[in-house]
Design a protein around this ligand. Structure first.
Ligand code: PLP
Length: 286
């Protein structure tokens, strides 16, 4: 039985409650973050806290507490649930005004809802998929136009994941105007001639915290990085492909729409980046 956090209280998961009028339940009016835990410490916490603040500001949503308080709650949950390796999920919603209405409630009288819970994932960094690589399909990107805000509107990404499963694959890459935007829950990359290529930041994609850290690591290791969009055909012709996210770190992609990428096995650039990223982020973990 997990201990979870809801609006100032640490409770057994079966006793935690949120109103049926909560804006996230009725309108998907909420934002979230997922921070990984390795060796009992939080990876890239600052990056996640900063992106949360940005998501809240972009949606005119009140922050539930300070960054220091958020860090304390994360640490308390990790300790109470004895998490060595795993994830902390955090969600902030616009709260409940006690009824359903499209208009935002008055932030003076309606407090945001803050929920956090842990997911225990022993051996998170030793996921066998990182050795085998994953297979992706492409799917049209029909999500809304503010993908830079990490909202809980995850129905289409869930549908994309189901389409991938149905096709015997692991994940889906979204394609818009002939170019890959990102993965269903990760940022997408290809490697060609030693160059790491990933879509530039805009409102079209989530500004991945792992993406920022991995690109920093790549540059420090004198690897060449090009931030531009690429097509599925280009991915099929690439030497390597991979995705990044807080929960998968750097994950090699070995097949795109049934075509082998490179040799069809995880490539050296992805393997090296995964190694450097894990090493660097463990050093900086809090
Ligand atoms: N893109 C999307 C659509 C995501 O949902 C995620 C993570 O959930 C990412 C990218 C990767 O972001 P991060 O590295 O911050 O986990």
């Amino acid at each position: 039985m997990r201990t979870v956090y809801v609006n100032g209280e640490y409770l057994p998961e079966t006793e935690a409650k949120v109103s049926i009028f909560d804006r996230a339940f009725l309108m998907a009016d909420g934002v979230y973050e997922v921070t990984s835990v390795l060796g009992g410490k939080l990876i890239d916490f600052d990056g996640h806290a900063r992106r949360l603040a940005r998501s809240l500001a972009e949606l005119d949503m009140k922050a539930p507490c300070t960054e220091d308080e958020l860090l304390a709650i994360h640490r308390e949950l990790v300790a109470r649930n004895e998490i060595t390796d795993g994830l902390v999920y955090l969600q902030v919603t616009r709260g409940s005004a006690g009824d359903r209405d499209f208009a935002f409630p008055d932030p003076e009288t309606t407090e945001p809802t803050l929920v956090l819970f842990t997911q225990n994932k022993p051996g998170l960094a030793d996921n066998p998929a990182a050795k085998a690589g994953i297979k992706v399909i492409s799917i049209e990107d029909i999500r809304w136009g503010r993908r830079d805000i990490k909202t809980v509107q995850l129905l289409y990404p869930s549908m994309a994941k189901m389409a991938a499963k149905k096709a015997g694959c692991d994940d889906a890459w979204f394609v818009e105007d002939g170019k890959v935007t990102e993965g269903s829950s990760n940022n997408a990359y290809i490697v060609k001639g030693g160059k790491i290529i990933t879509r530039e930041l805009s409102t079209d994609i989530l500004h991945g915290i792992t993406r920022a850290a991995v690109l920093r690591c790549a540059k420090e290791a004198q690897m060449e990085v090009e931030e531009r969009s690429f097509s599925i055909d280009e991915a099929k012709e690439a030497d390597e492909a991979f995705v990044t996210s807080a929960s998968s770190f750097v994950m090699p992609v070995v097949e795109v729409d049934g075509a082998k990428v490179g040799t069809g096995t995880p490539g050296p650039v992805a393997a090296r980046l995964r190694e450097i990223y894990l090493e660097e982020s463990l050093k900086a973990a809090v």
